[in-house]
Write a protein that binds this ligand. Sequence first.
Ligand SMILES: CC(C)(COP(=O)(O)OP(=O)(O)OC[C@H]1O[C@@H](n2cnc3c(N)ncnc32)[C@H](O)[C@@H]1OP(=O)(O)O)[C@@H](O)C(=O)NCCC(=O)NCCS
Length: 137
Amino acid sequence: MDKLTIKYNELTAEEFILLWKSVWGNPPTLEQTRLALQHTLFRVSVYHREEIVAMARMLGDMGMNYYIKDVVVRPDWQKKGVGTLLINELLAFIRENGLEGTDIFVELCAMPDKIPFYEKLGFGANEAQRLKQTCRL
Ligand SMILES: CC(C)(COP(=O)(O)OP(=O)(O)OC[C@H]1O[C@@H](n2cnc3c(N)ncnc32)[C@H](O)[C@@H]1OP(=O)(O)O)[C@@H](O)C(=O)NCCC(=O)NCCS
């Protein structure tokens, strides 16, 4: 793999939207994204020659629970180990910041075709179902 640079808590709303559009299309607004990133516990972004190629972010309370969101590798960089790198960075943050001797729960929501990717990284499904509601403001 070419040399990549990893940055922590520097991901901008503009970069987030760029990557979102590269895989999911219609993105959230700039203002909404800025607010969300401002309240995100930990952000990881990956660059190749100053250009963003991947991101992931994590919500969490440091003591018991974390939630992984918006794991995106730009399509031309997929299947090169960058997704694995992102998740390992998030897990390293958890290990470095948690209390010794405690269990910490790390959750995420994955589409069925992405489950094998997460399984390789140690995640597994349990019997809980995801419940969801969208609040329109
Ligand atoms: C899912 C995603 C983050 C994976 O990133 P990636 O950089 O391609 O993954 P890696 O190269 O680190 O892959 C690690 C392993 O998972 C496998 N893998 C990756 N994506 C996979 C998929 N969709 N289905 C099955 N296996 C997959 C790889 O083949 C590799 O296996 P190996 O170690 O046996 O070679 C990336 O495809 C992506 O950004 N997709 C679009 C956005 C998205 O859906 N994000 C997830 C939200 S839940």
